[in-house]
Design a protein around this ligand. Structure first.
Ligand SMILES: C[S@@+](CC[C@H](N)C(=O)[O-])C[C@H]1O[C@@H](n2cnc3c(N)ncnc32)[C@H](O)[C@@H]1O
Length: 279
């Protein structure tokens, strides 16, 4: 069988399972199966595909048909300007979270040697992107999940910021190390009840990265409380929120001595990020 025929077969399997991006996904998975880029596939579509590669391609297609996300199947995801390693132990970096990188870089434009804490670092996509842009910033990342810290460690080496990033396995409630100029967090903020109704792809992602308790705010409350203890005076807190959480989160922030600086919208025009500062 040649590459073209295998690709079309893959596409048709995915279409039968109602995968919306069947054509693109089949191409991406072929690229993974034969370890070649898209250009190679286009230019060599008449070449025969090796049996071992075809078998691997079929396995990937079967997994995608079950809604296993592409990022987990190819073990990487682009975020900001970089490619991050991911697996099923971490949330897949979302384009909407790039807002936190953008906002942080604007806030710290003329600042040097800042200490930044990322609460719930996951793959490391947000903090590592910032450390890449700001060569004299020092980062600390914490996560409740050891397995996700393994991935942020891999990414910190891959993107060569490991000498400026300390990682701790800790529940936010128990973390007491250091004082920070800026704290950022994309905490779990989906209501427990809503988790069941999300798109099928999301069911593959770790529950502890998504579950914000009964009102969606349980982890956000912890992050704000702990940040009020760990942040320096006039330090910034940059927080990702769900699209309908702005007013409630503003109140929690104000009750813990934060001044609301601004609310920033994401690519889909949802209010996605609240920037506040410690009075
Ligand atoms: C929404 S994910 C964000 C991951 C990454 N920062 C990103 O934006 O892609 C939330 C992360 O917080 C971690 N987490 C959840 N509850 C936590 C807690 N109580 N203390 C520390 N980390 C927690 C999860 O393991 C997960 O990695």
């Amino acid at each position: 069988m040649n590459i073209h025929t295998a690709l079309k077969n893959g596409q048709s399997v995915l279409q039968n399972y109602n995968i919306k991006s069947a054509e693109l996904d089949s191409e991406i998975l072929m690229s993974k199966a034969i370890s070649k880029d898209k250009k190679y596939i286009i230019l060599n579509s008449n070449k025969p595909i090796k049996k071992s590669e075809l078998d691997y391609f079929k396995i990937l297609i079967q997994e995608r048909a079950k809604n296993n996300p592409i990022a987990y199947l190819i073990k990487k995801k682009d975020f900001w300007k970089y490619e991050f390693t991911v697996n099923r132990n971490v949330l897949i970096p979302r384009p909407d979270s790039e807002v936190l990188v953008e906002v942080t870089l604007k806030l710290t434009k003329n600042r040097n040697n800042l200490r930044i804490l990322d609460i719930g670092i996951g793959s490391g996509c947000i903090l590592i992107s910032i450390l890449r842009e700001k060569k004299n910033f020092i980062g600390t990342g914490i996560d409740i999940s050891n397995k996700s810290l393994q991935i942020s460690r891999i990414n910190s080496h891959k993107l060569r910021v490991n000498n400026r990033l300390k990682l701790y396995k800790s529940n936010i409630d128990n973390f007491r190390t250091g004082k920070y100029d800026l704290i950022l967090s994309n905490p779990p903020y989906i209501k427990k009840y809503d988790l069941k109704c999300l798109e099928k792809d999301i069911s593959f992602e770790p529950k502890e990265a998504l579950d914000g308790g009964y009102d969606g705010l349980s982890e956000i409350r912890k992050v704000i409380k702990k940040s009020s203890e760990l942040i320096k005076r006039k330090g910034y807190l940059v927080l990702e929120i769900g699209s309908n959480q702005k007013n409630k989160v503003k109140k929690i922030l104000q009750s813990k001595g934060f001044y609301i600086e601004r609310v920033v919208k994401d690519l889909s025009n949802h209010e996605r990020c609240i920037v506040s500062s410690k009075i």
